[in-house]
Design a protein around this ligand. Structure first.
Ligand SMILES: C[S@@+](CC[C@H](N)C(=O)[O-])C[C@H]1O[C@@H](n2cnc3c(N)ncnc32)[C@H](O)[C@@H]1O
Length: 230
């Protein structure tokens, strides 16, 4: 019930232009850099990566800057969001990724297409998250992984202080913004467990990442059925 409540609230999303404006701030850029650093460490040369719910695609811009060899695809149901990434001169005027309109629940890609799938701040928006996870497994190559990042509503005060220090932000600013954001768009352990159970995924691991986030890792085993893990 709690999760349904959060998913309902998550629909109170800012318009694409406002989200893109906020996501271009230095604070977001530093967060995208954390995630991009995680990803470039494991992606093979010329690896294919899908970002589900990419929004304006700024994570992909950071990835492309670090690893121009990668083949990057950003998917989002909102064309307006995707367009935000393309029309802002000076930031991502020449977007270095393929933007695709679509939803996590029905990914328009062939099975076993990607070396890695990522989703950041997006899972809590999906209306059928288990179906999205099943689709992600279908499009992953065998032995490949998906990483899903969400805000962790249970970060400790020590973690919040470390996060503020890493981002060179005042703690007294970070604390209320974190609390307000987790109120409507963060997932707890029980939420992830319910989603994984509904999608019948056997290999998954949830761990705290970068002080205030979760990183949900889902692995597709070598002999997994293309329709799901099971
Ligand atoms: C908070 S934004 C995050 C954007 C980007 N990942 C980032 O980190 O900046 C959430 C995004 O999820 C997208 N979204 C909502 N429902 C979705 C679905 N069913 N499948 C894929 N993306 C979805 C929204 O359009 C929005 O762009």
């Amino acid at each position: 019930m709690m999760m349904i409540h959060r998913f309902f609230q998550a629909d109170l999303e800012p318009p694409a232009w406002l989200y893109a404006h906020l996501a271009r701030r230095a604070v977001f850029s530093r967060i995208y850099r954390f995630w991009a650093d995680d990803l470039v460490r494991i992606l093979p040369p010329e690896g294919r990566l899908l970002d589900v719910g990419t929004g304006p695609g700024y994570l992909l811009d950071h990835l492309a800057a670090k690893r121009p060899d990668l083949k990057l695809v950003g998917l989002d149901p909102s064309l307006a969001m995707l367009q935000q990434g393309r029309c802002v001169a000076g930031f991502s005027f020449q977007t270095p990724f393929l933007g695709v309109v679509g939803r996590a629940q029905v990914l328009p890609f062939a099975p076993q297409t990607f070396h890695q799938v990522v989703a950041t701040f997006s899972l809590h928006h999906w209306r059928q998250p288990a179906q999205g996870i099943t689709e992600i497994l279908r499009v992953l190559k065998p032995n490949a992984k998906a990483w899903i990042y969400e805000l962790n509503p249970d970060a400790s005060l020590v973690d919040l202080r470390c996060f503020a220090r890493n981002l060179k932000l005042p703690y007294l600013l970070v604390y209320p913004v974190y609390r307000a954001t987790t109120w409507h768009s963060a997932l707890g352990v029980a939420d992830f467990t319910a989603i994984m159970k509904a999608s019948a995924v056997s290999k998954w691991h949830l761990k705290p990442a970068h002080h205030i986030f979760w990183q949900l890792e889902i692995e597709k085993s070598l002999n997994a059925e293309i329709t799901g893990e099971g």
